[in-house]
Design a protein around this ligand. Sequence first.
Ligand SMILES: NC(=O)c1ccc[n+]([C@@H]2O[C@H](COP(=O)([O-])OP(=O)(O)OC[C@H]3O[C@@H](n4cnc5c(N)ncnc54)[C@H](OP(=O)(O)O)[C@@H]3O)[C@@H](O)[C@H]2O)c1
Length: 141
Amino acid sequence: MTDVRSICAIGQRGQLGLGGHLPWEGNRGEEYVADVQRFFHITRGHVLVAGPKTIASVPRFAYDDRTIEVIRSGERPEDVIARFPGRVVFIGGGPPVWDVYAPFIRHWDITRLPYDGDADRWFKPDWLVAATHMRPSVDAR
Ligand SMILES: NC(=O)c1ccc[n+]([C@@H]2O[C@H](COP(=O)([O-])OP(=O)(O)OC[C@H]3O[C@@H](n4cnc5c(N)ncnc54)[C@H](OP(=O)(O)O)[C@@H]3O)[C@@H](O)[C@H]2O)c1
């Protein structure tokens, strides 16, 4: 059994990304720094899979103590998840990835940061209630 999770940080209105980076990139404020540290703490020892742009922004040191893989749109989520039996797998985005993987995610870890500026990538609350392929009997009721 694979424990499929997700971790992300959003702005006050669901801002996720801007120009290929976090919208608050470089902000040295206490909450922002703590969020980055928490991300590395929570994912340590586990698997992080995400789209190519998100993985491109993961620093080299992060590969030392977690498994990190790029996922591509040609892969079935079931096949990707099946590569990591018994592991905790974090689905790291971006939005097209969460559109497809949301039904498989059992636990979301979302930090709301004080940021309220621009964004070109947004969190979709629908991901939290995406119909699950894992429990088809629920849909049948
Ligand atoms: N705030 C946060 O916590 C957070 C977290 C993650 C990302 N972000 C932000 O989001 C932005 C990056 O996200 P992005 O969406 O632009 O790029 P991305 O991370 O590369 O993710 C999207 C890409 O993933 C690939 N992909 C893999 N499996 C897929 C599937 N089953 N279905 C569809 N696509 C799949 C597709 O590329 P191919 O078609 O080429 O395979 C797709 O274009 C950045 O601004 C980043 O900072 C923020």
